[in-house]
Design a protein around this ligand. Structure first.
Ligand code: PLP
Length: 371
């Protein structure tokens, strides 16, 4: 089935007990045992499993054409489960421009003996020379946050597999509608479902999706069940509801983002636009192969540095000044000040999450803010 159909139907069925077309929310922590002690419906306690979580997980792995998914209470909890599956002494090779929260997690795990290196994975030479005998995992984010760098998934996965490494791709920015990392050899996909998948800026969540239901994923499942960073039934229900419109939303957001990136690219107050849909973006050729569209996120650098960037952000009327992304409303953010003093993000950079408004209204707002 095609992704539009999967989005509407996967993990959902008419409720057998009531005929309800929309699934009920199972607000229960515990499930009844049979006289002999069995759990006939397969559920025993909601930390281990719950019908709403099971529905969401089924939908998520089907969207990515994988075998299994584990849902978590946030994207960061999902990312943490991957690191917790490693052992002291293991080494992770990560791409250099990744979500700053993920970078903080890598730092946090140093004291448990998990070392990580950040390298430019747009360049395979750096990759080959950085693999060590302790390396276990490769962590890719493409398009990256906030510079929209594009990493060649097929090339990096191919190199990684020669060294028997597990390849993780954070697919939050592309979504399974625009990019299907398993097609290019990736082993595990991470999502902050908080963003496009939930899609309405009203529910946090994360998930790890596995191409094969194998050993590494079983460790993730055990961490999910025993660690307990699980989403509530209502959060699962909201996320599953959001997914029904995911393909429509992300395509509309990508179309608008393309128009807005072209507008910014022509604007005389703008020094540089980071958007892989622009032919001059260094990742454009690879993005054109591994993505169906270029996504709803844009970063751009304002001429005049931090002061001018902050000024433009202060003048918007339709965009909302806020962090996060992937919701129906467009957001603008001075990224460096969110990431803190040791950030490498340019001070002149503003990041846009393009929502579902009419692109002409968004362009008018940016025009007046940049004037
Ligand atoms: C937001 C985000 C995360 C973290 O997700 P949370 O739900 O905020 O914990 C991870 N990766 C990327 C690319 C993100 O944008």
């Amino acid at each position: 089935m095609r992704i539009e159909t999967i989005s509407v139907h996967a993990g959902r069925a008419v409720d057998k007990a009531t005929g309800a077309v929309t699934p009920p929310i199972h607000l229960t922590t515990t499930f009844e045992r049979e006289k002999g002690g069995e759990y006939p419906k397969g559920y025993n306690y909601s930390r281990n499993n719950n019908p709403n979580r099971e529905s969401l997980e089924e939908c998520l792995y089907k969207l990515e054409d994988g075998k299994a998914a584990a849902a978590f209470s946030s994207g960061s909890a999902a990312a943490m489960s991957i690191l917790q599956s490693l052992s002291p002494g293991d080494h992770v090779l990560a791409s250099d421009d990744i979500y700053h929260g993920t970078r903080k997690l890598f730092k946090m795990f140093e004291k448990w003996g998990i070392e990580s290196n950040f390298i430019d994975m747009t360049n395979t030479r750096d990759f080959v020379t950085s693999v060590k005998k302790e390396t276990k995992l490769v962590w890719i984010e493409t398009p990256s946050n906030p510079l929209l760098k594009i990493i060649n998934l097929e090339e990096i996965s191919g190199l990684a597999h020669r060294h028997n490494l597990v390849v993780v791709c954070d697919n939050t920015w592309a979504t399974p509608v625009l990019q299907q990392p398993f097609e290019f050899g990736v082993d595990l996909i991470l999502h902050a479902t908080t963003k496009y998948i939930g899609g309405h800026s009203d529910v946090l969540g994360g998930s790890v999706i596995s191409k094969n239901d194998e050993e590494f994923f079983l460790k993730i499942r055990e961490i999910q069940n025993s660690g307990g960073a699980v989403p509530s039934p209502f959060e699962c229900w909201l996320t599953l509801r959001g997914i029904q419109t995911l393909p429509l939303r992300i395509r509309s957001q990508s179309e608008s983002a393309m128009q807005i990136a072209e507008f910014l690219n022509r604007h005389k107050s703008v020094a540089r636009v980071h958007y892989p849909g622009l032919p001059k973006h260094p990742g454009h050729p690879v993005a054109s192969v591994q993505m169906h569209m270029y996504g709803g996120m844009i970063s751009f650098e304002v001429k005049g540095g931090q002061a001018e960037a902050m000024k433009a952000a202060s003048k918007v009327k339709l965009f909302t000044r806020a962090t996060s992304l992937g919701g129906p409303e467009s957001l603008i953010e001075h990224r460096a000040s969110v990431e803190g003093p040791d950030t490498k993000t340019p001070q002149s950079l503003l990041r846009l999450s393009i929502g579902l408004e009419h692109p002409a209204d968004l362009i008018e707002d940016l025009e007046q803010a940049l004037s």
